[in-house]
Design a protein around this ligand. Structure first.
Ligand code: 13P
Length: 243
C-alpha cells in the first residue's frame, strides 16, 4: 500500500516571521486531516530551525530544498546532511528543474545528492520532467527515462519519492491533464520496476485540481509550489478527497 505524500515547496519564499504566521493558521486547518497521508513542508534554510520547532507534535514533516554529498567542506552556499540532521529533517528535494536550469545541475550531481540523502536517513524526493520544447519534439519520455536511469542509480526504492514535474506546468497555471500525468507516473513506475514506489505529480497543483489528481491510480501525492504559500489553499490540498 503506497502512502500518499503531500509536500509544499516554499522555494525562495518565507521569512521566519512569515513561516510562524503560516503555521499558526495552517496547523488548525489540518488537525483533522486523515492519517492516511504524509504532510511535508520544505522551507528555505533560514526558516528550518523555526519550522522544526513549529512542527514538533504536529503531523507535518520537514524537507530540505537541497543537500550536499559531503559531510562538510569548502562548498560555499551548500548544506550538509549533518546540518539538516540537527533539525529533524525527514525529506530532501533534489533534481528540481530550477537548479537543473539555473545552476546546470547534472543527473550525476543529483544522484550524489539522493545517495547522500539515503545514506544519512533522509528520503529524497527526486524531481524529473521535460521542458515544453522537449514535449513538442516528442522527446518527453526519453528525457524522463534518462533522468530516472541516471538520477536514481543505486538508490533504495523503498526510501524514495519521485516527483514528476513537467517544467511547462511549473508556476504557469497550465496543469498537465490528470490522465497524462498519470500515464507518465505509470511509465516511471515501470522503468524503476518497483510497484511500491511513491510517485508525486507537481506543476500548478491547486485546490481546484487536487481531488482529480489524487484519484489517479499512479499518482501518490503532489509537490506544490505557489499554492503551498497560503495556509487555506495548502490545507485544502492536504485535505484532498478522492470520493
Ligand atoms: P507550482 O505549484 O508553483 O507550479 O510549482 C511546482 C513546483 O515546482 C514544486 O516543486
Amino acid at each position: 500500500m503506497r502512502r500518499p505524500v503531500i509536500a509544499g515547496n516554499w522555494k525562495m519564499h518565507m521569512t521566519c516571521a512569515q513561516a510562524r504566521e503560516f503555521m499558526g493558521a495552517f496547523l488548525p486547518l489540518v488537525a483533522d486531516t486523515p492519517n492516511d497521508r504524509d504532510l511535508v513542508l520544505a522551507p528555505p534554510f533560514t526558516a528550518i530551525s523555526t519550522m522544526a520547532r513549529l512542527c514538533e507534535d504536529s503531523s507535518v514533516a520537514l524537507a530540505s530544498q537541497n543537500v550536499h554529498w559531503e559531510r562538510e567542506g569548502a562548498f560555499t552556499g551548500e548544506i550538509s546532511p549533518s546540518m539538516l540532521q540537527e533539525h529533524d529533517v525527514n525529506y530532501t528535494i533534489v533534481g528540481h528543474s530550477e537548479p537543473r536550469k539555473y545552476f546546470s545541475e547534472s543527473d550525476e550531481q543529483i544522484n550524489n545528492r539522493a545517495l547522500s540523502s539515503q545514506a544519512n536517513g533522509f528520503i529524497p524526493i527526486v524531481c524529473v520532467g521535460e521542458s515544453d520544447e522537449q514535449r513538442e519534439r516528442g522527446e518527453a519520455e526519453r528525457v524522463i527515462r534518462r533522468q530516472i536511469e541516471q538520477g536514481l542509480e543505486g538508490l533504495d526504492a523503498d526510501q524514495l519519492v519521485v516527483a514528476y514535474e513537467p517544467i511547462w506546468a511549473i508556476g504557469t497555471g497550465k496543469t498537465c491533464e490528470a490522465t497524462e500525468a498519470n500515464r507518465i507516473c505509470g511509465l516511471i513506475r515501470s522503468w524503476v520496476g518497483s510497484p511500491d514506489l511513491v510517485i508525486q505529480y507537481g506543476g500548478s497543483v491547486k485546490p481546484g485540481n487536487i481531488d482529480e489528481l489524487m484519484a489517479m491510480s499512479d499518482i501518490d501525492g503532489v509537490l506544490v509550489g505557489g499554492a503551498s504559500l497560503k495556509p487555506d489553499s495548502f490545507a485544502r490540498i492536504a485535505n484532498y478527497q478522492t470520493v
